[in-house]
Design a protein around this ligand. Structure first.
Ligand SMILES: Cc1ncc(COP(=O)(O)O)c(C=O)c1O
Length: 382
């Protein structure tokens, strides 16, 4: 690509192909699918997503606003906690899920008296923790011991569930339908009796389903959805994947700025940063595929370089890669599969508000110099 560098290039044809797989899944099984904005939130692509999917999953107020303003359809909101000042969520969400029973009790009065709740366009649910870890990456395991995400089974003894009609779990991350099968058995074991109560009409199976990956077992997913619906006589079965819609749809373009040697190590400094632009490389950690002249680099070989970012962080390293020829300053390197959890993480991840900036003057007075609001979030994209 001869365009700007660094740049995330989003390929709409790949997104469309992913969306078509999701739309066919909906057609076959009758499930509903919300796109998780926390993974990818570019309003210029929402018309494409919306024409295949039922709406969005929002992590809180700002994503719910973005969903209403640019996406349309249903808005399923689920966050670890909502501030009292986030009451607009009651106007913006179709489904509002709570992460703990105490938080539901805190909101219950206000929520149930909201006119939209009374006419049935706003429903409430609880995020559950099925205590079933199937993933390999602890950072992405909501069922880790002492997890803060979801109500564990024992909290349901004698719990007041009045006013709730949905349960929601999210435990997977880049996983197949075999892991979903294991999780659904744990859900049935711990929460089956609750789901069989007539008041519960909706189950949200969260995200982390790698549905658009070529080797994903769609037949098994179809069977699991069918069985889950009939097991509990549910009206609504939701999936809220984020990555699935943009899998392989994003390439991060970069340029080699400098090349030098430190001992036995050859180093290439790029015009991007692992920590600022693709933090999963360090957090997960993961190793992205890199191409030069459209040829993939290998882990070892003659022209081996340590690719480093242009931030001050000593560990701003993408990894060691061997190319088919020596690198030169000005070479363009492409990092593949970079749409999800990159653009969102270099802005306001989950739409969480940035802390205000406040000065304490020497006479003790406080001066708020900057508060961040929803327009700050949206102007990054739209
Ligand atoms: C509650 C919830 N739903 C949906 C998702 C989307 O997951 P993915 O993008 O892996 O499909 C996440 C991701 O963290 C999540 O926390």
């Amino acid at each position: 690509m001869s365009g700007p560098s660094p740049a995330y290039l989003i390929d709409l044809a790949v997104m469309r192909a992913n969306c078509e797989i999701l739309a066919k899944l909906k057609e076959r099984t009758g499930c509903k699918i919300a796109h998780a904005l926390k993974a990818f939130a570019l309003p210029q692509t929402f018309a494409l997503l919306r024409s295949h999917l039922d709406g969005c999953c929002a992590s809180g107020l700002w994503e719910a606003k973005l969903a209403n303003e640019f996406f349309g359809g249903q808005v399923l909101t689920c966050g670890p906690a909502y501030a009292d000042t986030d009451a607009e969520l009651l106007d913006l969400s179709s489904h509002l899920d709570f992460n703990s029973l105490s938080h539901w009790q805190h909101w219950k009065e206000r929520a149930l008296h909201h006119p939209r709740a009374q006419c049935g366009t706003l429903r409430f649910g609880l995020r559950i923790n099925p205590r079933c870890s199937t993933g390999k990456t602890p950072l992405y395991d909501p069922c880790m011991p002492g997890s803060r995400l979801g109500v564990p089974p024992e909290h349901f003894d004698d719990a007041d569930l009045d006013g709730l009609s949905g349960l929601h779990f999210h435990t997977l991350c880049e996983q197949g339908s075999d892991d979903l099968a294991t999780t659904l058995e744990a859900v049935d074991h711990h929460f089956g009796d609750i789901l069989r109560r007539a008041q519960f009409t909706s189950l949200n199976l969260g995200g982390g389903h790698w549905i658009t990956k070529p080797d994903y077992d769609l037949d098994l997913l179809d069977r699991l959805l069918e069985r889950t619906r009939s097991r509990y006589q549910l009206e609504e079965l939701w999936l809220e994947p984020g990555e699935a819609a943009v899998l392989n749809a994003g390439v991060l373009h970069s340029t080699v700025l400098d090349l030098f040697q430190n001992g036995a190590t050859r180093i290439a400094i790029l015009d991007l940063s692992a920590t600022a632009h693709m933090p999963d490389v360090l957090e997960m950690p993961c190793r992205p595929t890199v191409t030069l002249d459209q040829r993939s680099a290998l882990p070892t070989g003659d022209h081996l370089y340590r690719l480093g970012g242009n931030s001050c962080l000593a560990g701003d390293l993408i990894g060691d890669y061997a190319f088919h020829r020596p690198l030169q300053i000005g070479d363009r390197l492409e990092f593949l599969d970079m749409a999800q959890y990159t653009i969102v993480k270099s802005t306001f991840f989950n739409g969480v508000q940035h802390p205000s900036l406040v000065l304490r003057h020497e006479d003790g007075t406080l001066e708020t110099i900057r508060e961040f609001t929803y327009p700050d979030f949206k102007q990054h994209f739209a």
